[in-house]
Ligand binder design. Structure first.
Ligand code: NZQ
Ligand code: ZN
Length: 385
């Protein structure tokens, strides 16, 4: 196992109707800005629920953070924070609102040009406003990690930053919130969480026995509950498990002490920035092709994945690897998510554009061995055609 430091200060408040605990989670004299997305939080009654709890407090509201949050929008919130002496943020939404809030929290106290937070991947963030979250969409794990992905509309840049200063102080995880999600977002959540586990698990053996077993447990749980959350049946247990699995998939625990890949995400981000394909849907296209192209360097872990996650024990090594990749694709398809670029009417021209953007963003040596060059990324995209 590799050396590591694990730090995660986010308090998780899990359970049905846990929004009422906001009363004690936020200091009574805080000057709060509640940040949310489009219409969903209003329509579902979540905003009302929060207003009922925090009604007697100073709460300014900022709505309109879009999916794949835009820098331009977030900077408007930063201005309002400064002019209203806001000292606490409350994110109400999915990954986009929480990521947006992380950026706002850092930018509000940043002295330089705020876009540099992204350019420097958070390295020079020295402080941020404190904030908490009410999660409404289990998918990204943003509710318990210190990363955020922000898009700049004018230049089609989708960049990430990390900073220990932007861990949420707390996150409220109420599984009932998932019942208003459309099927597409539920499926996205399952596939995003699945891929987060794969980025940290499917590399090469590093003696992280417990990290491997935890990762395999998360994958198997997603395979078990994925179809259940898509069915119209009320299934509180599946909803609760989805919410907790998605959080555990990217809160740092399974990735501590083991190598990590993340090339699928980096290629996927370019597809979202260029073609506005949902984040998880880009992953479903890139991941199977990525595993297939890099099957040699990932062989040991692919065979372990085949056996322990999909119970594939028969056939030659190549046949077992093929079968595991096919099962992965079949799972994504069963969730209603296509796995080829052609399903989005994208062909060779799109590959040229994605590769050019990867180059522009310095994504030229990705993966656990830093050997995913632009040529390999191109091969992966061609495999995904
Ligand atoms: O905008 P509103 O009207 O609120 O609707 C949202 C949005 O349209 C809707 N929604 C959210 N909760 C709902 C609901 N609709 C009904 N009922 C509810 N309870 O869902 C739509 C999608 O929301 P969004 O927040 O964009 O989805 P998601 O949570 O998948 O977040 C995606 C973003 O997170 C980034 C992605 O790149 C993307 O920008 N990621 C962040 C990561 C992180 N911070 O660690 C890691 C991930 O890999 C990912 O890159
Ligand atoms: Zn993701």
């Amino acid at each position: 196992m590799q050396n590591f430091t694990f730090y995660n200060p986010t308090k998780i408040v899990f359970g049905q109707n846990s929004v009422e605990q906001l009363e004690t989670l936020i200091a009574s004299d805080a000057r709060i800005m509640m940040i949310y997305g489009g219409q969903s939080a209003e329509k579902t009654g979540t905003l009302k629920e929060i207003r009922d709890v925090l009604g007697h407090r100073i709460v300014k509201e900022f709505g309109g953070v879009e999916p794949n949050p835009r820098y331009e929008t977030l900077m408007r919130a930063v201005e309002l924070i400064k002019s209203n002496d806001i000292d606490y943020l409350l994110a109400v939404g999915g990954g986009s609102v929480i990521d947006g809030t992380k950026f706002i929290a850092a930018a509000a106290l940043y002295t330089g040009e705020p876009w540099n937070i992204l350019k420097n991947q958070g390295a020079d963030v020295e402080q941020a406003l404190a904030f908490g979250c009410v999660l409404t969409l289990p998918a990204t794990g943003s509710e318990m990690n210190a990363g955020a992905v922000i898009t700049r509309g004018e230049t089609q840049d989708k960049l990430f930053f990390n900073s220990t200063h932007v861990f949420p102080q707390f996150s409220i995880l109420d599984p009932l919130k998932t019942y208003t999600l459309p099927e597409r977002q539920l499926a996205n959540g399952v596939v995003d969480a699945f891929t987060h586990v794969m980025e940290q698990y499917l590399t090469y053996p590093a003696g992280g026995y417990i990290q491997d077993r935890m990762a395999e447990g998360l994958l198997q749980t997603l395979i078990e509950i994925g179809p259940r959350v898509l069915s119209a049946e009320k299934d509180d247990e599946a909803r609760a498990n989805l919410m907790w699995v998605a959080t555990l998939a990217l809160n740092g625990l399974i990735g501590a002490g083991v190598p990590q890949d993340w090339s699928t995400h980096m290629i996927g981000h370019e597809l979202t920035a260029l073609y506005e394909i949902d984040h998880a849907r880009t992953l479903a296209v890139v991941l199977p092709a990525n595993l297939s192209v890099r099957r040699e360097s990932k062989a040991a872990k692919l065979l372990q994945y085949a056996e322990r996650v999909w119970q594939i024990r028969e056939g030659s090594e190549q046949a077992r690897i093929d079968a595991a990749i096919e099962q992965t694709k079949a799972f994504f398809k069963a969730m209603g998510i296509p796995t080829q670029l052609g399903d989005y009417d994208l062909g060779h021209e799109a590959i040229d554009k994605v590769v050019a953007q990867l180059e522009h963003h310095g994504m030229t040596a990705l993966g656990e061995h830093s050997d995913v060059t632009l040529a390999i990324s191109r091969q992966i995209l061609e495999k995904a055609l």
